[in-house]
Write a protein that binds this ligand. Structure first.
Ligand SMILES: NC(=O)c1ccc[n+]([C@@H]2O[C@H](COP(=O)([O-])OP(=O)(O)OC[C@H]3O[C@@H](n4cnc5c(N)ncnc54)[C@H](OP(=O)(O)O)[C@@H]3O)[C@@H](O)[C@H]2O)c1
Length: 278
């Protein structure tokens, strides 16, 4: 059973976020609360870990893989009748599989959660986003570079980038801001699951950054109305270069994979040291 919207929420700008129970999303919610937002969190569990009793959060239980559940969740948000100042799409899922091994369930889950859901949520809530409002897509460097072994994830993130860029064109005249955040590897449960299931060594060309770093950049993008944020920022330049000269990727890939394997071994060693009792 979900609680009614607390009356106090009307005094605060409203933020709607998906993926709020995840490594990055929970920290974004903490920052939003500190910044004075009332947060509507769409999560599978119907609560945000460690913030279960926060009066600043309205929880809506919602499986983002279920389009019907999204319809119900957006009806509920609409019934509140308040403008949505920030809409943050942070939920995501990756199932590493080579193309010859792809299974229908994994294709559907990734396409739905990573691409279809952010599009549907944006469509259904867009008229609630006022002038000065902001829509943030937590994307990935997998929207810029090919990711052999995770082609569906890359396809969804490439698609999400296309949607965000096109949306920006449509809503610019209405004064609505659109940002995409493109992290490389981030040290969250997603990366750990990915690595246990044969994820790409490219995640470790540079060391994974802590989720707090990404959360801080998302909150800064909201404050400063930045457009696209690459982490590390050098990846942005590299990404633009690749768009102009895609053939560079083939030349660089062997070196990148070698660096990534080295980085992966270092990461696993450090994690083992952290978990081994002294
Ligand atoms: N970690 C990385 O290396 C990395 C790198 C680049 C981009 N990103 C992007 O960053 C975003 C956040 O990822 P993260 O690293 O914080 O991963 P995470 O800790 O696994 O969080 C992902 C969140 O998405 C939610 N989610 C997945 N499927 C869902 C569904 N069907 N219904 C409702 N919620 C669902 C998960 O919910 P549950 O808690 O219920 O599982 C979880 O809270 C994602 O969009 C990801 O693609 C991550």
């Amino acid at each position: 059973m979900t609680a009614p919207f607390p009356p106090a929420s009307t005094q605060h700008p409203l933020a709607v976020i998906t993926g709020g129970a995840g490594g990055i999303g929970r920290l974004v919610i903490e920052g939003l609360l500190t910044a004075g937002y009332h947060v509507i969190a769409l999560t599978r569990q119907g609560s945000v870990p460690t913030l279960e009793h926060s009066p600043g959060i309205t929880n809506i239980r919602c499986d983002l893989g279920d389009p019907q559940a999204i319809g119900l969740a957006t009806d509920r948000i609409r019934s509140f009748g308040a403008p949505v100042r920030a809409l943050i799409h942070c939920a995501g899922v990756i199932v590493p599989q080579t193309v010859s091994d792809l299974d229908d369930g994994a294709i559907r889950e990734q396409v739905t959660v990573n691409l279809q859901t952010p599009i549907m949520l944006t469509t259904r809530l867009l008229d609630l986003v006022p002038r000065g409002g902001h829509i943030v897509f937590v994307n990935s460097m997998a929207a810029i570079v090919p990711l052999g072994g995770s082609s569906v994830y890359a396809a969804t993130k490439f698609g999400l980038r296309g949607f965000a860029l096109s949306l920006r064109e449509e809503v610019r005249s209405r004064g609505i801001h659109v940002s995409s955040i493109f992290p490389g590897a981030v040290d969250t449960p997603m990366l750990q699951r990915e690595m246990q299931n044969g994820g790409s060594a490219l995640n470790f060309v540079t060391l994974p950054v802590p989720p707090q770093h990404i959360a801080t950049l998302i909150l800064r993008a909201l404050r400063q109305r930045s457009r696209d944020v690459f982490v590390p920022s050098s990846d942005g330049i590299f990404g633009q270069l690749l768009l102009i000269f895609p053939a560079i990727w083939q030349k660089l890939l062997p070196v990148m994979l070698w660096m990534g394997e080295k980085g992966r071994r270092k990461y696993l060693r450090e994690r083992k040291d952290e978990t081994t009792p002294t």
